[in-house]
Design a protein around this ligand. Structure first.
Ligand code: ADP
Ligand code: MG
Length: 259
């Protein structure tokens, strides 16, 4: 079955402050959707709320992946159902090597009795790391500890490649990447595009979308998707910024003095 992901009327709060004010979004299998928007509009909140981060409370709405109720699932169940988030700020975990972490994540996804063999795992990890032009020593380093911004982002993409998720959410995967790293990361993502895999790409800048071509572009402001279109929308945002969207829709900045 081709992947179907749908968000309906999603509202979420953090520390009792409403950040998401009713998000609607439908993603079919094989599609790449981009969400763009100014800083502080709730893009990362959306990503975290979808993955079930405990800090965010969903107060209203529905999320379905292939007909299953995502909001009913625990965090690990969401991962097992095929959801994956490459975080804007990946956490560092001392004492757990990258290889250990990845193998546990893969096995959690595959389920008991179906664990990946060590040889197969190492072979896959080596080949994907090569593809991402990562130094093999990163396999044995503690997860993200002392990794540069770009190395963390590559490592997120490595996880994605090994986990083969159905729904991939990339939160500002382009931030902190130089142009070569950006190209490598984008090639990794493009190689994963498939009929039964969907992507939600969150980005502040259009640049990434020169490398990963979205089918749909959505503009998020103040906790809502206020405009949707094709790739041309991203190009206009790049050229003209976000002010024209605000003017067109009569959106007034909530915070005085904020750019
Ligand atoms: P974006 O990713 O679009 O830049 P975020 O989702 O990170 O936006 O943030 C949306 C709003 O939620 C901002 O006003 C931010 O200050 C607030 N926010 C995000 N995380 C927290 C937090 N942990 N505690 C309090 N407020 C938060
Ligand atoms: Mg963010």
């Amino acid at each position: 079955m081709s992947t179907q992901f749908e968000i309906r009327g999603l509202k979420a709060t953090i520390e009792d402050k409403e950040i998401l004010k009713g998000i609607d979004l439908k993603i079919n299998g094989g599609e790449v959707h981009a969400i763009m928007g100014p800083n502080g509009t709730g893009k990362s909140t959306l990503a975290s709320a979808l993955m079930g981060h405990p800090k965010y409370e969903v107060t209203e709405g529905e999320v379905e992946l292939n007909g299953e109720d995502v909001l009913e699932m625990a965090v690990d169940e969401r991962a097992r159902a095929g959801m994956f988030l490459a975080m804007q700020y990946p956490s560092e975990i001392t004492g757990v090597t990258n290889a250990d972490f990845l193998r546990s994540a893969i096995n959690a996804r595959r389920g008991e009795g179906n664990e990946i063999s060590l040889i197969k795992f190492v072979r896959q990890m080596e080949s994907k790391m090569k593809q991402l032009e990562m130094n093999p020593e990163f396999m044995h380093r503690y997860l993200n500890e002392g990794f540069s911004g770009g190395e963390k982002k590559r490592n997120e993409i490595l996880q994605m490649m090994l986990l083969e998720p159905k729904l991939v959410i990339l939160d500002e995967i382009d931030s902190g990447l130089d142009i070569d790293a950006l190209r490598i990361v984008a090639e990794g993502v493009n190689a994963m595009r498939a009929e039964d895999r969907s992507f939600l790409i969150i980005t502040h800048y259009q640049r990434l979308l020169n490398y990963i071509k979205p089918d749909f572009v959505h503009v998020m402001m103040q906790g809502r998707i206020v405009k949707s279109g094709g790739p041309e929308l991203a190009q206009r945002l790049e050229a003209e910024g976000y002010d024209w969207v605000k003017e067109e829709l009569g959106i007034v900045d909530e915070t005085v003095g904020q750019a």
